[in-house]
Design a protein around this ligand. Structure first.
Ligand code: DGP
Length: 113
């Protein structure tokens, strides 16, 4: 996807503050943090949002959750954190490349993300 911001981050064409990267996914700090720790994790392959997850592309989702567990431990979030994926207009999705917000580093209110 030529003009997708997160595809460009995945390809290294736009700089990001990365916390993790492998051949399938990349995780980086959110530009507009909603919590003391706010990391986004994305598949490198373009998937628009949760509605586009299918049998053909879902292997990366379980991989991403394994990586989320690693990142949470690496960043000291064992006391608790939240994983959120906004899907489409009503949820306020603003970047149409599947991403999971990892929010933590503090006690989270129920309204955060
Ligand atoms: P959502 O509303 O769920 O689509 O969240 C998109 C998030 O992406 C939002 O919290 C801000 C973040 N974001 C948008 N553009 C960039 C960028 O270029 N770099 C980084 N690091 N984050 C971005």
């Amino acid at each position: 996807m030529d003009d997708c911001i997160f595809c460009k981050i995945a390809r290294g064409e736009i700089p990001s503050n990365k916390v993790y990267e492998d051949d399938q996914c990349v995780a980086f700090y959110d530009l507009n943090p909603m919590a003391k720790v706010h990391v986004l994790i994305i598949p490198k392959a373009h998937i628009a949002n949760v509605l586009d997850i299918s049998t053909e592309n879902s292997a990366v989702i379980s991989h991403i959750f394994e990586v989320i567990a690693k990142i949470a431990k690496d960043l000291g979030l064992e006391d608790g954190f939240r994983v959120v994926s906004n899907c489409n207009e009503y949820a306020g999705q603003s970047v149409f490349h599947l991403h999971f917000h990892i929010l933590g580093g503090q006690k989270l209110s129920l309204t955060m993300c």
